[in-house]
Design a protein around this ligand. Structure first.
Ligand code: C5P
Length: 240
């Protein structure tokens, strides 16, 4: 069975830093400080509206692994055409919402080159709990929705999913070894959860079967982001 080119090879590979800051200048500064201690830099919505797309292109051209967290969801034609453009940017990962039609339309853009870009399906946001899902009109339990979307992502042929580490153990057998599992909501011991509701420590997330850990505020608001990244990577290493 072929192995996905997007599987992490080392503990550093597994650490995804969220560049969730208001300006490109601050993001560049964080990259400078943490270079070599972080595997992937994630550019999300905040920075995308402030020059983050150009930064993504530039960092990718400099050899960094970039995760463009765009969480796309639209009509099929728009998705296919948007993903076609993302695939030209040189980024390694991108996100779409894990709706079957959206995922199929996104993959269509890669044509016969699925190795070009790892498209990840966002299952249920880590800031949501059972009550939030009910309030949004979905039936519980939340983990069943995550599993349904993981199955749909696999059936569509996606590169992986985004879910909470609290569901990782249940999702691993659903995904098999080919799809990667990316988990935000990571909180090293002693860090505030903030708006995240389904959180886990780096070590527990790895033990539960997560491939990539997305760490935002604990890293981008740290006094010493480099030392914090080194600490998280050593926690990952000892949990592997
Ligand atoms: O600061 P914090 O560690 O909570 O940041 C998590 C990052 O992961 C944010 O950039 C957020 O947008 C992203 N994310 C998430 N939950 C998802 C998908 C992405 O928190 N399901």
């Amino acid at each position: 069975m072929p192995t996905s080119p997007f599987r992490p090879q080392s503990a550093i590979d597994r650490l995804v830093m969220g560049l969730d800051v208001p300006t490109v200048r601050e993001a560049e500064d964080l990259v400078k400080q943490t270079q070599g201690t972080v595997g992937v830099y994630k550019i999300g919505m905040e920075l995308q509206f402030a020059g983050g797309l150009e930064l993504a292109r530039d960092l990718a051209a400099d050899g960094h692994k970039i995760f463009l967290d765009v969480k796309l969801h639209d009509i099929d034609n728009t998705i296919t055409r948007a993903v076609r453009n993302v695939a030209q940017m040189g980024v390694t990962f991108m996100t779409v919402h894990a709706y079957p039609k959206t995922m199929r339309a996104a993959l269509k853009a890669l044509e016969d080159r699925p190795d070009k870009l790892c498209i990840l399906g966002v299952t249920v946001l880590t800031s949501m709990d059972e009550q939030d899902l009910l309030a949004a009109g979905y039936k519980g339990p939340l983990a069943d929705t995550v599993e349904m979307r993981a199955r749909d992502a696999k059936a569509a042929g996606l590169g992986g999913i985004v879910c909470a580490a609290t569901e990782a153990q249940r999702m691993r057998p659903v995904l098999g070894d080919e799809l990667v599992m990316v988990t935000p909501g990571i909180r090293p011991a002693g860090h505030a959860a903030g708006d995240q509701k389904r959180v886990m420590t780096p070590a527990d997330a790895i033990k539960a079967g997560s491939d990539y850990l997305v760490v935002g505020r604990p890293l981008n608001q740290a006094k010493d982001p480099r030392a914090t990244a080194v600490g998280i990577v050593s926690e990952i290493e000892s949990a592997l």
